[in-house]
Design a protein around this ligand. Structure first.
Ligand code: SAM
Length: 259
């Protein structure tokens, strides 16, 4: 049984990196007057309360979105902050959008979305807030393989596993290869943790070799708690939208300069 719940980690530093790139990519893709499909293999519950007991227990958002806002890490008109403002206007000032609701901010009436979430509680919560999408309560990799190539064919897939199943590190390059062969125009983004013991490096090495033109953005930050394994955040993006390398470079410089 899966035990990971993103409510403990929503708005943390890794979310900030992942969601800033996701929002920037979708902002760019939805400027073109052509419909697209947005897919997610591991959607989570879509909407988080940063005042919840789960968020309070870890306090991780303090080093992420709250610090980013206090210190102006993102320009006031950054796509992520625009999505956040919209969510707060509707759900209150402690609300934080997960990736599905960040996507919802950008999607237009002709666009389509498919979201997979396996955990029963997370799936139920996601269903409450995702009227814009088809929700799949099934393995996200299976959903992506079944739906790709999607209609409309333009679009983006976010793969954001919790890595509870350690075999994910081994299988992801193969899974991405299968999806990319079926959907060669899709923007395929994979989030991964940078781990102190370097466990992610075989996977990222395989992806770098297979896709030398992909965008890889990695940022380092202090562990959320002493001894915590995650010491950074990575995004691998195949067929990145034109402007995304610039946003990735800006975020990487920002993280390097943080005291
Ligand atoms: N993408 C979300 C965001 O940024 O707001 C966070 C997702 S969280 C890191 C990973 C989610 O994947 C969890 O809610 C977990 O229940 C779900 N999950 C784990 N294994 C899955 C699978 N094989 N298929 C679909 N969902 C899965």
């Amino acid at each position: 049984m899966l035990s990971y719940q993103h409510a403990y980690h929503a708005g943390n530093t890794a979310d900030l990196h992942k969601h800033a790139l996701l929002a920037a990519a979708l902002d760019y893709l939805t400027r073109k007057d052509k419909p697209l499909t947005y897919l997610e293999t591991h959607a989570g519950r879509g909407l988080y309360d940063l005042n919840s007991p789960e968020a309070a227990k870890t306090g991780e958002a303090q080093a992420g979105i709250f610090r980013a806002e206090a210190e102006g890490w993102l320009a006031p008109d950054h796509p992520l902050l625009r999505a956040l403002q919209d969510i707060r206007a509707v759900h209150g000032r402690t609300a934080y959008p997960g990736s599905p609701l960040i996507a919802a901010h950008f999607l237009r009436p002709g666009d389509r979305a498919h979201l997979a979430e396996l955990h029963p509680t997370e799936h139920a919560a996601l269903s409450q807030v995702s009227g814009f999408a088809t929700i799949h309560r099934e393995d996200g990799f299976r959903m992506a393989q079944a739906v790709c190539p999607p209609t409309p064919r333009r679009g983006m897939l976010l793969i954001d596993p919790s890595y509870e199943i350690k075999a994910d590190y081994d299988s992801l390059p193969r899974i991405i290869g299968q999806i990319a062969r079926k959907w060669n125009v899709g923007v395929i983004a994979l989030w991964y943790p940078i781990l102190a013991d370097g466990r992610h490096e075989t996977m990222t090495g395989a992806l770098r070799t297979a896709y030398p033109d992909a965008l890889i953005s990695e940022v380092d930050f202090p562990p959320a708690r002493p001894g915590h394994a995650m010491i950074g955040s990575g995004m691998f993006i195949l067929n990145p939208p034109w402007s995304l390398a610039q946003e990735a470079a800006r975020l990487e410089k920002l993280f390097r300069q943080l005291p």
